[in-house]
Design a binder for this molecule. Structure first.
Ligand code: ADP
Ligand code: MG
Length: 931
């Protein structure tokens, strides 16, 4: 265990002797033993001992020490006021952070100041705006298995259900799903990319992708009864809301975890020592005080939405990555070079998140898809309305996070004012939709509730430009509260009286230079210069003697002053109370605010899709009925473009695609760099975009919605990662073969390259045949293994497409135009020339090709591929020249025994050869044959 976590060893054997403050620290570390405890001491958050040393190193802050009668302890502190950026660094270093705040005023207590953990900050439970990406959700996940940790209530028909619950603590989005397939659950996890996962008993780490923090958490929170009670408390009858016991466990545990992160009662260590809870007793938390429960309850969690993974177009982790929906594939890829990058023209954070959610979960039902298309179409036409909507929407605040903060009592007066400003925009937004024709926009018109009552309350109660602090007054508007007004009146009267005092006293005493002043230490005074001292009246009391003057007060001045101070103090308190009350009243409207946020988010996402469609000349795809049978191959695209590549390419060549019952599997050939991969991805992206509700980059498109998109890129194209790349490739292919069906779109890009030629070819071919014969998926199969084009001849519903390359002045030019039929030759050597491979090597290659052509062979040697793949990955081009020899047939030519060469070729580990090694090897083998 990390020594920076848990109670410090250095204090362990002297807990009883520790000073009260250090004992507090020790106990909090014991209780929050999976987090670094930041312990407030005045203006600093301190850490001690090992944790201090760790903080000093990670945060690059000074390590000091604290000495008392029990010893000297290393200490490191960060300023409370700028804690956020330090906390972020601790999170990045892989830590959770428990923030222990002073919860009473030091001035008001005689003993040690009481401290409590008010938040446990973890990657998945962040609510701090400055630590969150505004336009994306941040999910924490819980994964649970049925009946894994108890027997009594685990009486279920299928004990192997795995459930996933997802919560965005900052916005209140709460989702749950389950499946009996591990893969499906793993796919859902990657769809939502949670930053943290709480695993219940029986849920394995492998379900969670790398980079997601895995949090071991109190197993008892996953117990059925306890979890069900949690769900009931928040959302009502768990059985009505959720579909499996596992889902209830996951949701309940996640709620407990979210409460724990708010400093809730059920810390993990505490519950470990708790005696086993009685299954029948639903009030297991009875020992936690009501106040504790209240303060950690997350009132803004108002919806729990259970969904079935089959409700949406399924994209597994590999497809998400290879289609570059959210992340560029290359490390230095630019953020804009993703689908979301080209589609996101949203004006608000709300809209940005909504668009991402749509992209994560493309629709299946034609009616739903077309409802979005209708709205997008209307907005593409109504240019002015669209632009004005965009302008208005860019002024709205992040209502979801705002209402979350309000509900968690973490909002200040400025936040309330932001809410009010946003509400003030709603009537204008709504007016812009008054004449809308599409159902979706009309619906939005109807649901956009400007919350006039809330807005009016805020307008009346909060001043226009309130301060950040909420305890120091200056927040509540004049005229909102009689008591407050009276207190202010008193203070104002008093001040006025004092303002007038100078004139009055000058007149009364005849001292023209008499002055009334104020210091924070001594309060109000009347100052008389030394020459005038004999004119001072009886009732003046001396306060202070200065060099040239004396300062006095009068009993009445003192009295007035007390009155002002009292009134002002009470006014501040009163303001704070009113503020909290107003905030609570607003919090009561959480569901209406959330509904408004949802409507604005949807509108923003639609406007964004329309903006992009208009600007980049997208067309509205025609959506076909899905039909009843499992088969579904109708897909026709005319003049399709790759939405991302077309933005970076000076002139992008549009291409058609046509699939139907009799054309299900396209074998696509062509030299490398001719456009195969781009073409396949563009087909997949157009389908996906259409199902998201977007228009598509094409002249026209007709699409029958598909259920799943699989993409696999040959292992040698994707060489990172620890496992054998070939193993990974086969693993992924196995998944496709198992899970794809007639409603899947499958892209296979140069599969089977990770092993020796013959194996790779055989596997690729067998896979294609299986997809064609058994699975019946719509399949695009790109290869530069020429023999595979013959596949299309044997398979009834397969057809070939190819990309040509031409030569101009000895250089290769790619036209990027797809054509029917198989490619005739490849242009590997020309590509190599263009890439700057030295002349002698090129020459030698030409010789080799000539010799090999003479032997009339048709199977490729992979070595050259592998060689130039590395060139490709270094930013230049690769070649796929069809040089090689089929040893088995070549024996007829006599000469040296070529089977040796064949054996050696087979034995080559291509994935691990450098280009130079490959060329050398090729050369050696060739010499062998020529001998
Ligand atoms: P392949 O998979 O055949 O090796 P790619 O699809 O990777 O080829 O395309 C190589 C490059 O060619 C792309 O990076 C892109 O710059 C360009 N390209 C591909 N398709 C087109 C097209 N239709 N119009 C213009 N340029 C294209
Ligand atoms: Mg390619």
């Amino acid at each position: 265990m990390d020594p920076a976590l848990g109670p410090p060893d250095a204090m362990a054997d002297k807990r009883e002797e520790l000073t009260p403050m250090m004992r507090q620290y020790f106990d909090l570390c014991t209780r929050y033993d999976n987090a670094i405890v930041l312990f407030q001491v005045g203006d600093f958050y301190e850490s001690f001992c090992d944790a201090a040393e760790r903080c000093a190193r990670v945060l690059e802050i000074t390590l000091t020490s604290r000495e008392d009668s029990t010893g000297e302890y290393p200490m490191a502190g960060i300023p409370v006021d700028s804690a956020a950026s330090y906390i972020e660094e601790l999170l990045e270093a892989g830590y959770r952070v428990a923030v222990a705040d002073q919860i009473e005023e030091p001035a008001e207590t005689s003993g040690v100041v009481e401290r409590a953990v008010t938040r446990v900050i973890t990657p998945g439970t962040l609510t701090e705006d400055e630590l969150l990406a505004s336009d994306d959700n941040n999910f924490v996940a819980a994964i649970a298995r049925d009946g894994a940790n108890e027997t009594e209530s685990g009486d279920t028909d299928d004990p192997d259900t795995l459930a996933l619950a997802l919560l965005d603590v900052s916005t209140g989005d709460f989702l749950a799903t389950s499946s009996t397939s591990r893969e499906t659950v793993a796919d859902e996890v990657s769809r939502f990319a949670p930053s943290e996962a709480v695993l219940g008993p029986g849920a394995s780490r492998e379900l969670v992708p790398q980079g997601c923090m895995v949090t071991p958490y109190d197993e008892t929170t996953f117990e059925y009864d306890r979890a069900a009670e949690r769900v009931r408390e928040y959302f009502g009858d768990p059985d009505a809301l959720l579909a499996s016991e596992a889902e209830i466990r996951a949701c309940g545990a996640l709620l407990s975890y979210a409460e724990y992160a708010r400093g809730g009662a059920s810390g993990p260590s505490e519950s470990e020592s708790e005696s086993d809870t009685d299954g029948d007793d639903t009030d297991t938390d009875a020992d936690a005080t009501a106040a504790e429960i209240d303060s950690t309850r997350l009132e803004y969690l108002t919806h729990l939405r259970r969904y079935d993974p089959r409700e949406y177009l399924l994209l597994d982790a590999v497809a998400l990555r290879s289609l570059e929906l959210f992340e560029p594939r290359t490390v230095h890829g630019r953020e804009e070079a993703t689908l979301v990058g080209v589609l996101d023209e949203t004006a608000s954070a709300l809209g940005g998140r909504k668009l991402r959610d749509w992209l994560r979960r493309p629709l299946l039902e034609p009616a739903e898809i077309e409802a979005r298309h209708d709205a997008v179409e209307e907005l593409t036409r109504a240019v002015q309305t669209r632009e004005r909507l965009h302008d208005q929407l860019s002024g709205i605040y992040d209502l979801e996070r705002l209402i979350g903060r309000i509900s968690r009592e973490r909002a200040n007066a400025r936040d309330l004012r932001s809410l009010q400003n946003t509400l003030a925009l709603v009537p204008d937004v709504r007016d812009l939709l008054a004449d809308a024709e599409s159902d979706r926009l009309q619906e939005l018109y109807d649901t956009l509730d400007p919350l006039a009552d809330v807005r009016e309350l805020l307008e009346r109660s909060i001043v226009e430009d309130p301060p950040v602090e909420i305890t120091e007054g200056g927040i509540i508007a004049e005229g909102y509260d009689d008591d407050l007004d009276r207190l202010r009146e008193t203070a104002r009267d008093g001040k006025q009286w004092i303002d007038d005092l100078e004139d009055r006293e000058r007149e009364r005493t005849g001292i023209g230079s008499l002055k009334v002043g104020y210091t924070s230490v001594h309060g109000y005074y009347i100052e008389v210069t030394n020459p005038n001292l004999e004119a001072v009246p009886e009732n003046y009391e001396r306060r202070q003697t200065l060099k040239n003057s004396e300062r006095f007060v009068t009993p009445e001045l003192r009295e007035r002053e007390d009155e002002i101070v009292r009134a002002e103090g009470r006014a501040d308190e009163r303001e704070y109370d009113i503020f909290c009350e107003v905030r609570r009243q607003v919090a009561d409207e959480v569901e209406r605010v959330q509904a408004l946020a949802e409507a604005l988010a949807t509108l923003d996402a639609l406007v964004s899709l329309a903006t992009v469609a208009a600007q980049y000349d997208y067309c509205r795809p025609e959506i076909l009925e899905r039909g009843l049978e499992r088969q579904c191959h109708d897909l026709a695209i005319e003049g399709g473009r790759h939405p991302v590549v077309e933005r970076t390419q000076e002139s992008f060549v549009p291409n058609d695609a046509r699939f139907d019952e009799d054309r299900r599997l396209a074998v696509i050939t062509g030299p490398n760099m001719s456009g195969k991969s781009t073409y396949m991805r563009q087909v997949a992206l157009i389908v996906l975009m259409a199902q998201v509700g977007s228009f598509v980059p094409a002249r026209s498109a007709t699409i029958a919605p598909l259920d799943r998109i699989f993409t696999r890129v040959g292992a040698s194209d994707d060489i990172a990662g620890g496992r054998s790349t070939f193993m990974v490739e086969m693993d992924e292919l196995a998944t496709i073969l198992r899970e794809a069906d007639g409603r899947s779109l499958v892209l296979l890009d140069e599969v089977g390259r990770g092993t020796s030629t013959a194996d790779g070819l055989a596997i690729a071919q067998a896979i294609a045949e299986h997809l064609h014969d058994e699975v019946g998926a719509t399949t695009l199969f790109a290869t530069h293994h020429h023999p595979l084009t013959e596949l299309a001849d044997d398979l009834e519903r397969a057809f070939t497409l190819h990309f040509e390359a031409g030569q101009e002045e000895g250089e290769v030019v790619f036209h990027h135009e797809i054509e029917p039929g198989a490619a005739e030759g490849s242009y590997g050597i020309e590509v190599a020339t263009a890439a700057g491979v030295p002349d002698d090597v090129v020459e030698r290659s030409r010789e080799l090709v000539a010799v090999n052509a003479a032997t009339e062979v048709d199977v490729e040697v992979e070595a050259e591929d592998a060689a130039f793949d590395d060139l490709e990955s270094s930013g230049t081009v690769e070649t796929g020249a069809g040089v090689g020899t089929r040893a088995e047939t070549a024996t007829a030519d006599g000469g040296d025994d070529p089977t040796d060469v064949a054996a050696e070729l087979r034995a080559l580990d291509l994935a691990h050869l450098t280009p130079v090694e490959a060329l050398t090897e090729l050369d050696r083998l060739k010499r062998l044959l020529e001998k």
